[in-house]
Design a protein around this ligand. Structure first.
Ligand code: OGA
Ligand code: NI
Length: 343
């Protein structure tokens, strides 16, 4: 198994130059000097008593940005700190410990991997990640890493709370589209929940590579716990400008819509292109939680949204079909949803 561990970045220190296979061609580099910071990124206070205003803010954020940040979301800051700490501790484990969990097979439900899709991609990304299925928790937690000792307990508490928050947000997003509050949740069925614990080591040549190249998330909703100290997430605005999404408050969570919300909303809401860049001076972590339709869920534009003579932009499909298509491709190809356009 020795060959597998060499693929993990977090088991070796990289000093001066990128190893082979990570440098992007000139035309596909992050051009970090051209990235802007947008101070208008929506920050939504979920505890605001003015519920109609919160819904209106969510509508605007989803239409224009495809993502927003939330505060007063109900998850204690202390828990968020514990999640980050135990995640970092995991990536500090000795190579032998991590080797046991390594897999580059996307269908594995608990796996430690690197880059994105090692078997499909031609250039690798500067990231290791632990990917866990999280729902139902009782089914998966026994198989999760038992080292660090606190890992299962902290992460399962977080998963439970993040799920609640996600369902609440899907309700608000439904309302913001003029649909019944439970519309999206009903369509998506008993949603799966996946987690990617992302570790981006310090990178000797951050101008030449990505942590994650430009992609959209294939699921319904992503809740990202960002590193409070190190920036790296960037979002593409209309017109082609990349902007850095830096946490706006110490306990803010970053929400981004996935492809399935774009499809259900008949294209009104955007599953935006985003990417993670790396840097030479600091490692960076993030914990992404994905709410995913159940595999048999049939996704199509909400009838109410195509009732006024608008044509449905996307055909109907099952999430199973979509997800297989997503993982059969390279990450930064055309928007996967483009393949589902039409009747
Ligand atoms: C993801 C993702 C961004 C980040 O995991 O899908 O977009 O900042 N992560 O780690
Ligand atoms: Ni993403």
């Amino acid at each position: 198994m020795a060959t597998t561990t060499t693929q993990l970045l977090s088991t070796v220190t990289h000093r001066d130059t990128l190893p082979e296979g990570y440098a992007r061609p000139e035309s596909d580099r992050p051009r970090l000097a051209e990235v802007a910071t947008d101070s208008n990124i929506p920050l939504i206070d979920l505890a605001s008593p003015d519920k109609p205003r919160v819904i209106a803010e969510i509508a605007l954020a989803c239409r224009t940005y495809g993502f927003f940040q939330v505060t007063n979301h109900g998850i204690a800051e202390e828990l968020l700190e514990k999640v980050m700490a135990v995640a970092l501790e995991f990536f500090r484990l000795p190579p032998e410990e991590k080797e046991k969990l390594y897999s580059d097979e996307p269908s594995e439900k608990i796996r430690l991997s690197t880059s994105f899709n090692v078997k499909k991609e031609t250039v690798h990304n500067w990231r290791d990640y632990l990917r866990l299925h999280c729902h139902p928790l009782e089914e998966f937690v026994p198989e999760w890493p038992s080292n660090p000792a606190q890992f299962k307990e902290i992460m399962s508490t977080y998963c439970r709370e993040v799920r609640q928050l996600g369902l609440r947000l899907l309700g608000a997003i439904s309302l913001s589209l003029g649909l019944e509050e439970d519309y999206i949740e009903n369509v998506l069925g008993d949603q799966e929940q996946h987690m990617a614990v992302n570790y981006y080591p310090r990178c000797p040549e951050p101008d030449l590579t990505y942590g994650l190249p430009k992609h959209t998330d294939p699921n319904a909703l992503t809740i990202l716990l960002p590193d409070p100290n190190v920036a790296g997430l960037q979002v593409l605005r209309d017109g082609g400008q990349w902007i850095a999404v830096n946490p706006l408050a110490p306990n803010a969570l970053i929400i981004n819509l996935g492809d399935q919300i774009q499809a259900l909303s008949n294209g009104a809401y955007k599953s935006v292109w985003h990417r993670a860049v790396v840097n030479a001076s600091q490692e960076r972590m993030s914990v992404a939680s994905f709410l995913c339709p159940c595999n048999s869920a049939v996704i199509s534009p909400a009838r109410k949204l195509v009732a006024h003579g608008d044509e449905p932009v996307y055909r109907s499909y099952t999430y199973d079909e979509y997800y297989k298509k997503f993982w059969s491709r390279n990450l930064d190809q055309e928007h996967c949803l483009e393949l589902f356009r039409g009747q």
